[in-house]
Write a protein that binds this ligand. Structure first.
Ligand SMILES: O=C(O)CNC(=O)[C@H](CS)NC(=O)CCC(=O)C(=O)O
Length: 308
């Protein structure tokens, strides 16, 4: 299965963002004939403060209802149906009533919604340049792990800042994922030092393909100009970056080769090795059995539960 990661330069004009996404998806489909395309995080709006996000937000139809949604939701469905492809809609701003959610929706080639994921880890941090981010002031956090099947491949869903939480990727691998999405608005400040390292690290440790469509360029946020890093990429389960988008908008296409996944997992069976040791390191770190100049935790039955 071929996958195209789409790189956008969206701002706070929702209609223009929809048009840009449609144009890029159609150009990628025309050029590379992918079976699946994936968009960046919050491709329907970037910046413009609380007001712009509220305006761009769409209430989603009840999951599984098949009912119609808003303009962005229906555009994704239309692209999937028209081109006979799977569309992973990066993330949209979901109007969840009280709170917004940073939410992925996925459509199959018939235009049916087959998966929905809300970003679990919210970006409440201070960047190295002193810029503060408080995503949780506006967005609620997701509480579900999500995988779906497309073209014989099991895909896992994550969004942006989730990339820093390795456990989520290992859990998705356990659920059968072979490729994991990370649609992103990575900041330039964090991206220049962390982006590619994190993407490769998650690919290597989960032994999954990493599909990261990103926003690129500048946008306005409450009178200031901010930059997002771009560098949309696909990494294979060995951690090789096999496709990458240059500066600007565009896309890159890679083939998910299941034989590569199988070989990497067979030759380096880290999942089996982890299972064989069965250490609950989190539980171990909550306990100390000896404390002197050194600290020691015995990996006994309390942190190594018997095989079920
Ligand atoms: O604000 C919105 O509307 C949508 N949310 C985002 O763009 C979020 C919060 S500001 N961005 C990230 O998570 C960047 C993570 C990142 O850059 C890192 O982990 O280093």
């Amino acid at each position: 299965m071929r996958v195209s990661v789409i790189q956008m330069n969206q701002g706070s004009d929702k209609a223009a963002n929809l048009e840009q996404a449609r144009r890029l998806v159609e150009a990628a489909v025309e050029a590379d004939r992918p079976g699946l395309v994936t968009l960046p995080e919050t491709w329907t709006n970037l910046g413009g403060g609380r007001e712009s996000r509220r305006l761009a937000a769409e209430a989603l139809p009840p999951e599984g209802s098949g009912a119609a949604g808003g303009p962005a939701y229906e555009m994704l469905r239309g692209l999937a149906r028209r081109h006979g492809i799977h569309v992973h809609g990066g993330s949209m701003i979901e109007d969840g009533g009280e709170k917004l959610f940073n939410t992925t929706v996925v459509f199959d080639p018939a235009g049916g919604e087959i998966a929905r994921y809300r970003k679990i880890h919210l970006f409440d941090i201070t960047g190295p340049d002193g810029t503060g981010y408080r995503e949780s002031a506006l967005y609620g956090a997701g509480d579900r792990l999500v995988t779906f099947e497309a073209g014989g491949v099991t895909f896992g869903c994550t969004i942006c800042y989730d990339i820093r939480f390795a456990e989520e990727y290992l859990a998705l691998r356990r659920l059968g994922a072979e490729a994991i999405f990370v649609p992103s608005n990575f900041t330039l400040q964090t991206g220049k030092d962390h982006w590619e390292v994190l993407m490769k690290a998650r690919a290597i440790e989960s032994q999954c393909w990493i599909l990261a469509a990103a926003s690129w360029g500048q946008y306005e946020e409450r009178g200031a100009t901010r930059s997002v890093y771009g560098h949309s990429l696909v990494a294979d389960p060995w951690g090789h970056v096999v496709a990458k988008v240059s500066d600007g908008t565009g896309w890159a296409t890679a083939r998910i080769d299941r034989a590569v996944t199988a070989r990497v997992r067979r030759d380096m069976p880290v999942l089996e090795h982890r299972a064989a040791r069965r250490v609950d390191f989190e539980a171990a770190a909550r306990r100390v059995d000896f404390e002197g100049a050194a600290r020691r935790v015995d990996l006994d039955a309390a942190v190594r539960p018997a095989t079920p």
